[in-house]
Design a protein around this ligand. Structure first.
Ligand SMILES: [Zn+2]
Length: 276
């Protein structure tokens, strides 16, 4: 929260909220034009706390409208999961036979934010082909599923479709999957106001004219607009966060700042390494 807010900025914020009809007009009445410094500081704390609550309430409404009540409930209270691996022990990487792939994956895992990787039980290669889940509305012809992550089992699995790719491409695919574990909507290392705020930002970026262009995200189809928005939001986050971890220069500044703003909360000591 910005402690440098002046009474006029506070009033402007309250007026904006009042348009949302969330009882803000009652609050704006307690801000007189001039106040002695010490009274202002005290009043500021009270008002700033209320503003944060009102802003969170407003974002909650917006999120519910865009992705539906069920997804909103997840953002408000995502499932908790306790890592079983001791801190500092690397994520096991299993079953990759192609030369250089396992080593590249271990490197990508070691370079990724710890709050994300400690959520991962293991990364493995499974020789089967897998279908894209129906929610994506893509045929196997349009998009082959190279890898997927499971929210229940906390695993990342690479499919037989990944066979035709090398270590560099598969590491980028892995960064995308790792990032699903840092998704603000499901992130239990964030407090609720931060989850709400960051998830609302992902939803905003998703349809911004200067958004990160990912063919994969753009191709997602679902006749239900709320399912479409929640599915796209999860993939937009994974794509942009993966691009950030991979040092993609095409990532727009707004998306970079979004990822950094999450990492500042979950992994304050994180330093992006050169992935090459
Ligand atoms: Zn994904």
């Amino acid at each position: 929260m910005n402690l440098e807010l002046s009474p006029s900025t506070l009033r402007a914020k309250l007026e904006k909220l009042a348009r949302w009809g969330v009882m803000a007009s009652a609050l704006s009445g307690i801000l007189p034009a001039e106040l002695p410094a010490e009274e202002y500081a005290q009043l500021y704390t009270t008002v700033a706390e209320r503003i944060e609550k009102l802003e969170t309430a407003k974002l909650r409404l917006e999120i519910g409208q865009q992705v539906g009540e069920e997804m909103l409930k997840t953002v408000e209270n995502p499932p908790h999961w306790k890592p079983t691996r001791a801190e500092g022990v690397p994520v096991p990487v299993e079953g990759f036979k192609k030369h250089g792939v396992a080593a590249a994956m271990k490197k990508a895992l070691a370079a990724a934010p710890q709050s994300f990787t400690r959520q991962i039980v293991d990364v493995s290669y499974d020789g089967r082909m897998m279908e894209m889940p129906d929610v994506y509305g893509m045929s196997a012809k349009e998009h082959r599923l190279l890898a997927s992550m499971t929210r229940e089992g906390h695993r990342i699995v690479f499919t037989a479709s990944s066979d035709s790719y090398g270590p560099t491409f598969l590491s980028q695919e892995l960064r995308h999957e790792i990032c699903h574990f840092g998704d603000p909507a499901w992130n239990t290392d964030l407090g609720e106001p931060d989850r709400i705020r960051l998830y609302a930002q992902v939803l905003e970026r998703l349809s911004a004219p200067n958004r990160y262009r990912s063919e994969y995200v753009e191709d997602i189809k679902n006749p239900d607009p709320q399912r479409l928005a929640s599915t796209k939001a999860g993939e937009y986050w994974a794509e942009t966060c993966g691009a950030y971890l991979g040092g993609d220069r095409l990532l727009p500044a707004a998306d970079r700042e979004l990822v950094e703003s999450l990492l500042a909360k979950t992994d304050p000591a994180y330093q992006r390494m050169n992935p090459k």
